[in-house]
Design a protein around this ligand. Structure first.
Ligand SMILES: NC(=O)c1ccc[n+]([C@@H]2O[C@H](COP(=O)([O-])OP(=O)(O)OC[C@H]3O[C@@H](n4cnc5c(N)ncnc54)[C@H](O)[C@@H]3O)[C@@H](O)[C@H]2O)c1
Length: 255
């Protein structure tokens, strides 16, 4: 049976991490050639190894999403290798713990931590879109999916910059959807709830039981469950879907 991304050229940022890796694998399973971009080469190479082992096609692209020149080069490299860029999953992101702001309330965040998180989670998504959109305009269309979060829809204590960044990602997504609809570029966001990845290890150790009590399914999601939504949004099956933010959260946002 043909895959729903057969013949497509796809790009995943943060492709060495939990959600990025699962999505790169799912895209390859559905027939896409996948460029796995990450700031850390070793983990991205593990993703590529897994794709190759499953019979798929993948390449590595070194890309720190905070660096404009690297992001311009990232898109160029994908286009040089694959001839085009059909699907882009702008997913690289970090939590407050990564920038040394674990457990801090709004006034306790340092300017440095706040700026660093926004640079990766929000400006990074914009930089990726800036270069991807130009290529997609040139080739006559494409699909972009950005990783939002339930934190893009509600407030979460001690996550100021993270929540601000994810609300920003949803705003960028909706605006670009309007601006590029005539170019046949669809732009959507996926909003994961609590997902089993490296990012959530620390939070789950500290207050996992309390958090899971608030999730109707009483469990964390698996990265593969986010990947299925992203693959669908990238595919022609979602041909009438743009400017949307889809929750994949075990029912959390319905409470
Ligand atoms: N895990 C969750 O519960 C959850 C929930 C909602 C949203 N998210 C979002 O999902 C996305 C992926 O997170 P994950 O849970 O897979 O975490 P993860 O830590 O497993 O993966 C994050 C990946 O991003 C990469 N990365 C970090 N900074 C980067 C940079 N500057 N440039 C390029 N790559 C960079 C890391 O190397 C890593 O491979 C993030 O945007 C995160 O905010 C995660």
């Amino acid at each position: 049976m043909p895959g729903i991304l057969d013949g497509k050229a796809a790009l995943v940022t943060g492709g060495g991490g939990g959600i990025g890796r699962a999505t790169a694998l799912a895209m390859a399973r559905e027939g896409a050639r996948v460029a796995v971009a990450d700031a850390v080469e070793s983990i991205a190479q593990e993703t590529i190894g897994a794709i190759n082992a499953a019979g798929g096609q993948a390449m590595f692209v070194q890309a720190d999403v905070t660096r404009g020149t690297e992001i311009a080069a990232m898109v160029s490299k994908v286009v040089s290798a694959y001839g085009r860029l059909d699907c882009a999953f702008n997913n690289a992101g970090v939590s407050g713990a990564y920038v040394g702001a674990s457990g801090q309330k709004t006034h306790e965040w340092s300017e440095e931590s706040f700026d660093k998180l926004i640079a990766i989670n929000l400006t990074g998504v914009w930089l990726c879109m800036k270069h991807e959109l130009v290529q997609m305009q040139k080739q006559g269309g494409g699909a972009i999916v950005n990783t939002g979060s339930i934190a893009g829809l509600i407030g979460l204590p001690t996550s100021s910059a993270y929540v601000a960044s994810k609300h920003g990602v949803i705003g960028l997504t909706k605006t670009a959807a309007l601006e590029y609809a005539d170019d046949k570029i669809r732009v959507n966001a996926v909003c994961p709830g609590y997902i089993e990845t490296k990012m959530t290890e620390d939070t789950m150790r500290r207050r996992g039981q309390q958090l899971m009590a608030q999730v109707p399914f009483h469990r964390m999601g698996r990265p593969e469950e986010i990947a299925e939504m992203v693959v669908w949004l990238c595919s022609e099956r979602a041909s009438f879907v743009t400017g949307a933010a889809y929750n994949v959260d075990g029912g959390y946002m319905a409470t």
